[in-house]
Write a protein that binds this ligand. Structure first.
Ligand code: ARG
Length: 576
């Protein structure tokens, strides 16, 4: 079912077309929320220009056109100011729409034309700690995957982990030295950075180790079985570590979604050959490079996309070209999403431009970089530990959950297990929501106090709203047997109904524009509308149809908040 605003939009667009004879694509009803009505259409202002008449005149012609359409059924229309049209939905019509929403298992979320959408997200690196940068691409990517899936798309999760490259020589040698079954090896699951750093410092101080490591890379690249086997152990152990974090964060990525850099090993030579053969790439200073128009460095020299280094090795760009080729060809993608740090903008742009030239990325396939901004510290600089390292993701999650646990110290009624469940779900929910509620490409300050607050636009506020409705519904009892017609009796109920009816189009917009924060903003307003409703519209002391209708409102609000949080990947605690 369509939201009231979308239904209105259709009717107004149709009326514009009927009245002024505009072709469909040209018609824009330009509806927006207004202080004076449920919606305002500014279409006349733009139309008047092309018609060469005054906006007021255009507005009144459109009004006449609308009066003939069946808009009367849904809203009252009024011409105002310089040609605006103000629409006020009939309250009875809204009540009918609400009843339809209540019986719609999709809660108004539309089913879009199914597209195949591979989403590249998370992408941590083997034998390295996940850091805040990975938090964001993981959380935003997972929410987009859930949103696009519910809209009916075929989402293919692609976890492009960093599991290949020169450091693996040193990592393999180190793993051999410490023994695959040793406590040191188990660090890969619990504290990968320490493992990595031991390997690194040995590499820097011990020249024979460095020598062995370099030799090992060559053996690995030649797919020597022994080297591959130890490499596999490294990857397996890291997988354990990633999966533990994913489980804690309620991330839907599975082992089957892993498509790390190594997946593309066999394609890299062909990628280079094809590009060279078609003249898109050429050798410069021994390296195979693509020179694209309009890309030059500070010195004015053209900056190349290097796809084969002078030593014959392939790099990050070559692998990413292979991802495009595979996702378009084999996965039959219609839309490609790369949820990756904003700093990689140039890299992805050059890769896609090259892929377009090569014919691997046809025009009909959109490739979108969902740019991820930075997480900042209290000093508004990139979040780092005191010693200047990037902050471990796990440490941040612990900080948030500990803060929630701390806030429950004086709640003796809660059993230990319950406390743990609440602090985990609320703490993690807080971190995820803080991340999802800002536009994905903006930076934000990691402030545990703010994100775990139960007031303001936070995860805990929404979780609290939902658990509160649950407890309200426990005390109203089951009224589903009593049959009345749903009725709206006051403004706060009406506003709540409008918010609830807007859920589906917000989900659609969040998916189409790849902006989960739109969903957060909607849920926040919805929860606020519910509070206002609950303050002004008593449920327990009301009777008959009014009480029954208010219980319905509480139930649907709970369903929408729960579904919305689920699309954000945020779980509800049983109570708070
Ligand atoms: N592993 C990379 C990192 O940690 C991110 C990879 C992003 N995905 C891609 N297809 N390039 O920075």
């Amino acid at each position: 079912m369509l939201s009231p605003l979308s239904q209105l939009d259709r009717l107004v667009s149709d009326a514009i077309q009927a009245t002024f004879g505009q072709a469909p694509g040209q018609v824009d009803a330009a509806l927006r929320p207004s202080r004076f009505a449920d919606a305002q259409a500014n279409a006349a202002l733009a139309l008047a220009k092309s018609l060469g008449q005054s906006p007021r005149e255009t507005g009144s012609q459109l009004l006449a056109g609308l009066t003939e359409s069946n808009i009367q059924r849904i809203a009252e229309v009024e011409l105002s100011g310089p040609g605006f049209l103000n629409f006020t939905f009939h309250t009875e019509w809204l009540a009918e729409q609400f009843s339809m929403l209540e019986s719609d298992p999709r809660l108004g979320v539309p089913t879009q034309n199914a597209k195949v959408i591979p989403i590249d997200y998370s992408a941590p690196n083997v034998a390295k700690e996940m850091h805040v940068g990975h938090l964001r691409t993981t959380v935003v990517g997972d929410s987009l995957a859930r949103i696009l899936e519910v809209l009916g798309h075929h989402v293919i999760r692609q976890n492009h982990i960093g599991d290949w490259g020169t450091p693996f020589g040193m990592l393999i040698e180190h793993l051999i030295d410490v023994g695959t079954g040793s406590a040191e090896a188990r660090l890969l699951e619990s504290d990968p950075n320490t493992f990595y750093q031991s390997a690194r410092s040995k590499f820097d101080s011990d020249s024979s180790f460095a020598q062995r490591s370099r030799f090992r890379v060559v053996r690995l690249q030649a797919h020597e079985p022994e080297s591959l086997e130890i490499w596999q152990t490294l990857v397996e152990r890291s997988k354990q570590y990633f999966n533990e974090i994913y489980a804690r964060l309620n991330i839907s990525l599975k082992d089957a979604d892993l498509a790390g850099e190594s997946t593309y090993n066999d394609d890299l030579a062909a990628v280079c050959e094809e590009l060279e053969a078609s003249g898109i790439a050429r050798v410069s200073n021994g390296a195979l490079c693509v020179f694209l128009n309009g890309y030059s460095g500070r010195d004015g020299e053209p900056s190349p996309l290097i796809i084969r280094k002078s030593d014959g090795g392939y790099g990050y760009a070559t692998t990413d070209l292979a991802t495009v080729r595979k996702r378009v060809d084999q996965l039959a993608a219609d839309r490609l999403l790369y949820v990756v740090g904003a700093t990689q903008e140039l890299h992805l742009r050059m890769v896609w431009e090259t892929a377009r030239l090569a014919g691997w990325l046809p025009e009909r396939v959109q490739a979108e970089h969902i740019q991820i901004g930075s997480v900042l510290g209290p000093d508004h600089k990139i979040l780092r530990t005191r010693s200047g390292e990037s902050v471990r993701l796990r440490a941040l999650l612990d900080e948030a959950t500990a803060r929630v646990a701390d806030g429950m110290k004086d709640r003796p009624e809660l059993a230990v297990q319950e406390r743990e469940e609440i602090s985990e779900k609320v703490g993690i929910g807080a971190v995820k929501y803080a991340d999802l509620s800002v536009a994905h490409d903006t930076d934000y300050v990691f402030d545990v106090k703010r994100m775990t607050a139960t007031t303001g636009n936070t995860g805990p506020y929404l979780q609290y709203a939902a658990t509160r409705i649950q407890s309200i519904l426990r005390s109203t009892g089951d009224e589903s047997g009593q049959r009345y017609t749903f009725a709206i009796t006051n403004d706060s109920e009406r506003a709540l109904v409008l918010s609830l009816l807007g859920f589906g189009s917000v989900v659609a917009e969040a998916g189409t524009d790849a902006k989960p924060h739109l969903l957060c903003a909607h849920l926040f307003i919805l929860a606020q509308e519910f509070s206002r409703f609950y303050e002004t519209s008593p449920i327990l002391s009301a009777e008959g149809a009014v009480r029954w209708s208010r219980v319905r409102l509480a139930e649907v609000t709970l369903a929408v908040i729960t579904r919305g949080l689920d699309l954000l990947g945020i779980e509800l605690p049983t109570r708070m």
